[in-house]
Design a protein around this ligand. Structure first.
Ligand code: ADP
Ligand code: F6P
Length: 466
């Protein structure tokens, strides 16, 4: 059996402080557990200078190979091009995207450095699987160093529509770098379509009938692989939720009130201010629910050095204060807002206790929280998922209450509908949602990607675009 080598910016080394919240870290940790392998990427540490070789940490069955980043590399590559250029652009936030050339150069430099440090760790039969927007140029860098085996790439975020992508000054180089892979995976048809649109209309390439792409002198496979969750495992954890003291404490504090749950990294793409606004509209328009309902928003800080993330944090604190100021009473705080990570069992327990979840990103590649929420429900008494139509998860979870997160009145109505929904309808919707989640587990996602990678047409490294 060939060894799996996973590469991503964020690496969740067990027992280390690096953030474990984020769909990618959660999914890859679980995807590597089954057969083991190597996980290469940033250590999460900022050092005086970037490490000259990776630190290896063995925690069977996985070898973690991590690189500390120097201040300048971290600032230009991670805070800069990854999180102030590609992230906003890929989430349709052209208004927030910045394009300083220096950050782009830092991004290319760090990718080249990662390739040099990864190269000696690679064996000839390894399956090499690279993840997310931080690492797009990595395959062409590895090719330059003589790596000949197939390399796959999976994009966890959306891929933007052609007109948005064209705003990126380096769009041609980024698209060309994507074509250095043998398989490029997307979360949804929408993302794949946007990529193919670029190939056909901008690169002069073509899309063949069997889904193969010919562009920049190479042939590759571009395909949709919607990421899954460990459905059975989550259901088991959720069934024992009340054994977790924090979950019990929470239930006691809640008395008979229904509660609504929001769980997101603190990111502007998640639509949290808009959600608070919708909850406020709900309280204004449905006063019969006063004192009967509490919204809990858990939002651990994320990318704290990026100015837009500082701003959204301040904005949310102000909005939460304002909402509670307007509606709270001596014995009722309608919005509980927490800025911290929560252990997985506790989180799943909260999901199980809630009447409904508000998963209302303005744009999201997939959104694992939506899927985890469904898996955590009791089959006999499930909560209701209120889900943004702009989350990738809405494709599979179309039995959720789908909402437009830009429309606070519409979301307020959906909250009222969820709270009033008959048990029969709740069960019916839940059954329709749990089915695809059980079928498309996290293992199935990993296996189908790796199968496609092994079957991809082999491209001679000399074909590799620069
Ligand atoms: P993203 O990748 O953009 O952060 P996802 O919803 O796809 O969004 O993934 C988020 C992951 O992080 C989920 O697995 C979720 O359970 C986890 N997570 C989010 N918030 C928290 C939190 N406060 N505590 C613990 N885990 C969290
Ligand atoms: O795809 C979602 C994602 O951007 C991952 O790449 C990333 O690990 C996660 O969100 C959390 O963000 P960060 O690694 O910047 O803390």
């Amino acid at each position: 059996m060939s060894r799996l080598v996973v590469v991503s910016n964020r690496v969740a080394v067990p027992n280390q402080q690096a953030a474990n919240t984020g769909g990618l870290a959660v999914a890859l940790r679980e995807a590597l557990q089954a057969n083991g392998g190597v996980w290469f990427g940033w250590s999460g540490k900022i050092a005086q200078r970037t490490s000259s070789q990776p630190t290896l940490t063995e925690v069977a069955p996985v070898t973690y190979a991590t690189v500390d980043l120097g201040r300048k590399d971290h600032s230009e590559y991670y805070n800069g091009f990854a999180n102030r250029t590609l992230w906003p652009l890929f989430h349709y936030r052209l208004d927030l995207a910045e394009f300083p050339r220096q950050n782009y150069e830092g991004y290319l430099r760090v990718n080249s450095l990662f390739a040099e440090q990864l190269r000696p760790l690679l064996g000839d039969d390894d399956d090499i699987w690279i993840h997310d927007y931080h690492m797009i140029p990595l395959a062409s860098e590895l090719r330059r160093l003589g790596v000949r085996q197939r390399i796959g790439f999976f994009l966890h975020t959306p891929f933007p529509a052609l007109e948005v992508f064209l705003a990126l000054p380096s769009h041609e180089r980024i698209a060309r770098s994507l074509c250095a892979y043998d398989v490029v995976g997307f979360q949804t048809m929408n993302d794949l379509r946007a990529f193919l649109d670029y190939i056909v209309n901008e690169s002069g390439g073509e899309v063949l009938e069997d889904g193969l792409v010919k562009a920049y002198g190479r042939t590759l496979k571009a395909q949709v692989f919607p990421i899954g969750v460990e459905a059975e495992n989550l259901a088991r954890t959720a069934a024992h939720a009340l054994k977790v003291p924090a979950v019990r404490r929470f239930r006691e504090s809640q008395r008979d009130r229904a509660f609504l749950m929001g769980v997101d990294r603190l990111d502007y793409s998640k639509g949290i201010p808009e959600r608070f606004e919708a909850f406020q509209r709900f309280l204004e328009r449905y006063p019969a629910w006063h004192r009967q309902v509490v919204m809990v928003q858990i939002a651990p800080g994320s990318r704290a050095e990026v100015p837009e993330y500082k701003q959204i944090r301040e904005e949310l604190e102000a909005r939460a204060g304002h909402l509670n100021g307007a509606f709270a009473d001596y014995d009722w705080t309608p919005l509980r807002y927490l800025n911290k990570g929560v252990p997985r069992e506790t989180l799943v327990g909260f999901f199980r206790l809630s009447a409904a979840a508000l998963v209302t990103p303005l744009r999201d590649g997939m959104n694992l929280v939506a899927k985890e929420y469904v898996c955590a429900q009791s089959p006999h008494e499930p909560g209701v998922l209120i889900l943004s139509r702009f989350a990738g998860a809405a494709r599979e979870l179309d039995a959720a209450l789908l909402v437009n997160p830009f429309d606070p009145d519409g979301v307020a109505d959906a909250i009222a509908r969820a709270l009033n929904m008959s048990m029969e309808e709740r069960v019916e919707r839940w059954e329709a949602m749990i089915k695809p989640l059980r079928e498309n587990s996290l293992d199935a996602w990993r296996d189908s990607f790796l199968k496609a990678l092994r079957q991809a047409p082999y491209a001679a490294p000399s074909d590799t675009p620069g």
